[in-house]
Write a protein that binds this ligand. Structure first.
Ligand SMILES: [Ca+2]
Length: 212
């Protein structure tokens, strides 16, 4: 009887295997997330963003951005995340500690592993969306509004976003160096029908075994 049950139990364990796979898929295995204070400055090259490994649940990316002196070089930060198959990007939360100086902070988002819209672009064409964030956004999920209200030619999107690579551009637009932190929420694709079917299958099997 055990031999009959085992394959089904294997199926039941599938969601857990997917989580394990996602963890293992962080190839090269740097710790998930990025903290510039520990991991170094994120790429300033829009075509070669830093790859940031995701964890299931929330992954934090934090750092500094801006222009230390008027007319000086701007520290723009570019990074790419890859949402593995079986998962979705469900939230983008502005974390406590995020600062905005005189002006506003900017976070832009594109599909793919490079940010092909250049820093001097005059529109957001090619982007999925962007947000001019402020300290009022701290604690809020800004992913949905980024998709719902596309501006300046961005395409917009609906949440959650499917598996795939997404690149981000973060920049304080005023003079000064500002701290930021964003939390990327990655959750399994909700599949209630599959889970219910599986439970029903297990129930039928248990019934059949009892009758035997
Ligand atoms: Ca930086």
């Amino acid at each position: 009887m055990k031999a009959h049950i085992r394959p089904l139990l294997r199926l039941a364990a599938l969601p857990l295997s997917l989580l394990a796979l996602a963890a293992a898929a962080q190839a090269g295995n740097p710790a998930p997330g990025w903290n510039e204070a520990v991991n170094g400055d994120l790429s300033g090259n829009n075509l070669l963003p830093t790859f940031v490994t995701l964890a299931s649940g929330q992954t934090t990316v934090s750092g500094l951005t801006g222009r230390a002196v008027p007319g000086g070089p701007v520290d723009r930060d570019y990074f790419t995340i890859t949402v593995p198959a079986g998962f979705v990007l469900s939230s983008l939360t502005v974390l406590p500690g995020t600062e905005v100086l005189v002006e506003v902070g900017f976070i832009g988002m594109m599909s793919g592993s490079s940010f092909t819209v250049p820093p001097d672009a005059q529109s957001a064409a090619g982007m999925l969306g962007f947000r001019l964030y402020s300290e009022n956004d701290i604690g809020n999920d800004i992913l949905e509004p980024m998709g719902l209200f596309p501006e300046l030619g961005a395409s917009g999107f609906s949440t959650p976003l499917p598996a795939g690579s997404y690149s981000f551009w973060v920049q304080e637009t005023g003079v000064g160096v500002a701290r930021y932190g964003f939390g990327f929420g990655v959750t399994p694709v909700p599949e209630p029908a599959t889970a219910l079917t599986l439970l029903a299958g297990l129930g039928l099997l248990a019934g059949a075994l009892r009758r035997r």
